[in-house]
Design a protein around this ligand. Structure first.
Ligand code: COA
Length: 260
């Protein structure tokens, strides 16, 4: 695995943990971090020994406090647009063929919230907080916040968060459906690894089909989604893992999936 200036990448059995490592800047996402994040995902994408990726932030204060605001100063509209139309870390997560979990350990703001929204699951510490505070800078969310947040928690709540820029606590985020679970800070890593390991044991082929199928729900008509679901379901029948899963059930044993 390549070494990165702004990230730490650690492998624990079938789980890779990518830690945004700029704690002195509350793990704000600068151009380099985004590039490195996308590169790390590219490496992990091809690595069959990894089944699940976890994103987190270094230190105990922040998951990610947003885009690096210092980079905004003096930037023209055209430069900003070109950067945003380039390789996107958020799209790389969204389209990554393996499950990605956000382990949210503190401030999860702006681009940090958008990164978490691009992930498939969000597990938060009780100390985490969430917000899209871009409006306070005279801008709006630009990394999918207006779209993914709205799809996840509904227009009323997304509108409230985006128009007020206010920060909500983990309990409210749970109530909004913005996170899947909230655990005490001291249990965050153990709980996240428990969930990640449980998922990583499944058939990587079935996981890939499941992620693709679920994502279709908000991106296609019901008819198209149901049709594509059948294709993806049937595709699982071409895998050895499907035979292993069915046989293991019939033989009353635990399946040993190979990702084939
Ligand atoms: N971009 C660039 N730098 C950031 C940053 C960001 N999004 N968030 C924090 N930092 C930097 C601060 O400028 C400060 O740098 P310095 O020590 O060189 O002055 C350092 O990180 C620590 O920040 P500080 O504000 O002192 O920490 P805090 O723990 O008191 O507060 C936050 C943390 C996250 C509440 C606060 O930093 C904040 O509001 N950040 C901006 C959030 C935001 O608007 N995000 C959306 C961006 S589009």
């Amino acid at each position: 695995m390549a070494s990165y200036e702004t990230l730490l990448v650690e492998r624990r059995e079938r789980v890779a943990i990518i830690t945004i490592n700029r704690p002195e800047k509350r793990n704000a996402l600068n151009i380099r971090t985004r590039e490195e994040g996308a590169s790390a995902l590219e490496e992990l994408r091809e690595d069959d020994s990894i089944g699940v990726v976890v994103f987190t932030g270094a230190g105990d204060k922040a998951f990610i406090a947003g885009a690096d605001i210092a980079e905004f100063a003096g930037r023209t509209a055209l430069t900003q647009r070109a950067i945003m139309l380039g390789r996107s870390l958020f799209t790389a997560i969204d389209t990554f063929p393996k499950p990605v979990i956000a382990m949210v350990n503190g401030y999860c703001l702006g681009g940090g919230c958008e990164l978490a929204l691009s992930c498939d699951l969000r597990i938060a510490s009780e100390a985490a907080s969430f917000g899209q505070p871009e409006i306070n800078l005279g801008i709006i969310p630009g990394g999918g916040g207006t779209q993914r947040l709205t799809r996840l928690i509904g227009e009323g709540r997304a509108m409230e968060m985006i128009l007020t820029g206010e920060i909500i606590n983990a309990e409210t985020a749970l109530r909004y459906g913005l996170v899947n679970m909230v655990v005490p800070a001291s249990d965050l890593e153990a709980k996240t690894m428990e969930v990640a390991n449980r998922i990583a044991e499944k058939s990587s082929i079935a996981l890939r089909m499941a992620k693709e199928a679920v994502k279709l729900a908000s991106r296609s008509s019901l008819d198209e989604g149901l049709r594509r679901e059948i294709d993806l379901f049937a595709l699982c029948f071409s895998s050895e893992d499907k035979d292993e899963g069915v046989n293991a059930f019939l033989e009353k044993r635990k399946p040993a999936f190979k990702g084939k």
